[in-house]
Design a protein around this ligand. Structure first.
Ligand code: FRU
Length: 434
């Protein structure tokens, strides 16, 4: 039986869906084929999982305002990672151990039961919720919190990422050591309830990689392992590629994942065909006041597939399902995918223009640059997605950059690449709001 607070929140959320169905066509910046709930604040994707024919995406959500606070887990389902249907909120901050916020976490299947593992606040501690009825019902377990305090002084203690080794669960937790730098703590458990702290899985340096690592994501890729962390204070996603031996991770190379300046707190999981698939939160450059006025903030990226390339660098491409929704271009609207083979192009978005250029070993979009080494004679292949205020650019299976753009005057969207063939497709609305 839902509590009064639960029912109120549920009602607010569903009213929001109804409101947007009529109001949002007037908002030229509201994305239409990237997922976000109809209104209010959203941040990190949580608990990405494929279960019984459906993809579930949970997400950090404030049901009552277009700014961060009062964190709940929102919930949406999809059969193809593109068409999303919002569902009622999944987790509420309604227990003594999570009353100040249900923070980020993951979903795993334990003993055949899809189970959510998240951080309750405040203070930060780790909690478990089992699910039933195809992830439509959620039950916080009586033993919560399952990890009630950090083993030493830390800068953060949150965002569990779990995987299985034999009959043991391993948990990577984000945080850092004061005056040292960001770190990931490693725990093990057989039953998700009783956890043992092992040691740091990996540790960085304050000056180089930030003082606190949020949202660690750790997974095998090809013959290596990859660790993604969202590093404070830089607000950047760092990736490390390296070796995982004796339950310690030693990076061999590293870089910034997505230099577009918007993607943060990504999470990966395996899609139904075993592809390592990533979705990340695309943050807003708008002020709190502007977000409140608009009534919404935050959107999720397109699903991306990660691979380890032959030279052991990270490969990144749009998930193949992204292409299955596009339609022939009919010269309308701000929902477009462009394909072009060209070293230089200008993306016109109403009153804004974003220059895109490959030169000197970098791909530059407006004032953002990502290192990229094309082989001699290898042309630059661009895929540019525009969804109102969202721009995602992919190049040669190697670089992805997400940006947010709010043109003062909306108008025709076009990619100019003199001398090159540009193919445009229209992308329909993919989120079902009522
Ligand atoms: C990252 C983050 C997480 C935390 C969540 C709270 O954006 O700060 O570390 O769990 O957001 O909303």
């Amino acid at each position: 039986m839902a509590s009064t607070v639960d029912r109120m929140n549920r009602r607010t959320f569903l009213t929001g869906i109804a409101a947007i169905a009529s109001a949002s066509p007037d908002d030229p910046h509201f994305p239409r084929y990237h997922f976000r709930p109809p209104k209010n604040w959203m941040n990190d994707p949580n608990g990405l999982i494929y279960w019984n024919g459906e993809y579930h995406m949970f997400y950090q959500y404030n049901p009552n305002a277009a700014y961060w606070g009062d964190m709940h887990w929102g919930h949406a389902v999809s059969t193809d990672l593109m068409h999303w249907k919002p569902l009622p909120l999944a987790l509420y901050p309604d227990k003594p151990y999570d009353k100040d916020g249900v923070f980020s976490g993951c979903a795993v299947v334990h003993d055949g039961v899809p189970t959510l593992v998240y951080t309750g606040t405040n203070p930060e501690r780790q909690c478990v919720a089992t699910t039933s009825n195809n992830l439509r019902e959620f039950h916080k377990i009586d033993q919560n919190p399952v990890i009630s305090a950090p083993p030493m002084e830390v800068t953060g203690f949150r965002d569990p990422c779990l995987w299985k080794e034999g009959d043991e669960w391993l948990m990577a937790l984000g945080g850092g050591f004061p005056d040292v730098g960001g770190a990931v703590l490693l725990y093990s458990s057989k039953d998700l309830v009783s956890w043992r702290y092992l040691h740091p899985l990996c540790q960085g340096k304050n000056s180089k990689t930030g003082h606190n690592w949020e949202c660690p994501n750790f997974f095998p890729l090809g013959d290596r392992h990859v660790l993604l962390v969202s590093a404070e204070p830089f607000q950047k996603v760092l990736y490390f590629i390296g070796r995982y031996e004796n339950r310690r991770f030693t990076p061999e190379s590293e870089g910034v994942f997505d230099a577009g300046g918007s993607l943060y707190a990504p999470q990966t999981f395996l899609d139904k065909d075993g592809r390592r698939t990533l979705i990340g939160w695309l943050t807003e450059p708008r002020s709190k006041e502007e977000s409140v006025k608009a009534g919404w903030s935050g959107v999720q990226s397109l699903p991306r597939v990660l691979t380890l390339r032959k030279d052991r660098t990270l490969g990144v491409e749009p998930h193949p399902n992204v292409r299955t929704v596009r339609e022939p271009w009919s010269k309308r609207g701000a929902q477009v995918e462009f394909e072009a083979t060209t070293a230089k192009a200008d993306l016109y978005l109403g009153s804004e223009v974003l220059p895109i250029e490959y030169a000197g070993g970098s791909l530059t979009v407006a004032n953002r640059s990502a290192p990229m080494k094309l082989a001699a004679g290898e042309p630059l292949r661009l895929n540019v997605f525009v969804d109102h205020s969202v721009v995602e650019i992919f190049a040669n299976g190697r670089v992805a950059m997400a940006l947010r753009v709010y043109p003062a005057k909306t108008g025709p969207v076009r990619l100019d690449a003199p001398g090159a063939k540009v193919t445009a497709y229209q992308v329909p609305n993919t989120v079902e709001y009522d």
